[in-house]
Each structure stands twice: as structure tokens, then as C-alpha cells.
Design a binder for this molecule. Sequence first.
Ligand SMILES: [Zn+2]
Length: 166
Amino acid sequence: MQFNKVWVKVLLVLTLVAVMFSFGACNQSKTEDTTGGKLNETLDTTDHDHEHEWALIETVEPWFERRGFTRYSCGICGTEFDTDFVDALEAESIYCMFIQGDMVVKPDTDVQSLRSGLHVFAVCTNGMEVELDSYAMDGALEAKTSVITVEFMDFTATFNVTVEME
Ligand SMILES: [Zn+2]
């Protein structure tokens, strides 16, 4: 008797792992055709007269202060259904790399134009590193080696710029 219960538990766990794995695989491939998915099993079907025909609309990757999710829409009635939520990213720190190359920078150069040689990354609490395309910059180009600050949320990083002084 005890033996049987253990096996039932083992089977349940294996089933759960299989389900999670299939959802994970689905997340990784944005172009995968999941038309005719089995989402009906998770929805109340008493308020409509058909079995929804789910089609994958989009997979939204998690970002800062925004959860990730997968959105499906029913091809018959247009009902949308979001599932497979992923926690929002949380930044732990940021760092940046500035490659000046042959860019000529003078005291009157617009600081914002330095973005063309700048890459800013956030290190997340989940270990991921993502490149940021939205961040603030602050600093003045008034010394031969000027220090510019990059700001994202509550984090800052700095980089040096070589300025041609007249
Ligand atoms: Zn429907």
C-alpha cells in the first residue's frame, strides 16, 4: 500500500516536470506554432459555446519592473489569455564599456553623441546580464580626461573620455 502511494507521487512529480519542460521549450521559441494548444484545460468553459482555438500571439521577455509572459488569442472569439509568467528582472548593478575609437571629442561635443560608442549592461539578481538601450548620461567634457556618469534606476557607472582641448 505504502509502496503504491510512493509511486503515485513519483508519477505526479514526473508529470509536473514534463509539463514544465514543455512550457519552457515553448518560451524559448518565439516562432513555434502552437495553434490548437491545450489551454482550454486551464479555463472555465461554461461562458462560451465553443472550444477556444488558441494561437500564440507573442512572447514578451521579462524586463525591469515588468513581468514576462506568453499571450495567446482565440481564433474564433478573440479572447486573449496570458500565461507562463516570468518574474521581472531586478538589477543588482550596472557597468559600461566605452569605445572611443577615432571619435574626436571636443569640449562642445554633445555628451549624448557618445552613446554611439557606449554599451551599458545591467547585472540582474538572477545572474542574467542585459544590455540597456535606455539610460541617462551626465557629465561635462571640460578636461583632457573627462568622466561621464551613466545612470539607470538607482545605479550609476562611469567611463572616461579623451577630450581634445584647444
Ligand atoms: Zn474562443
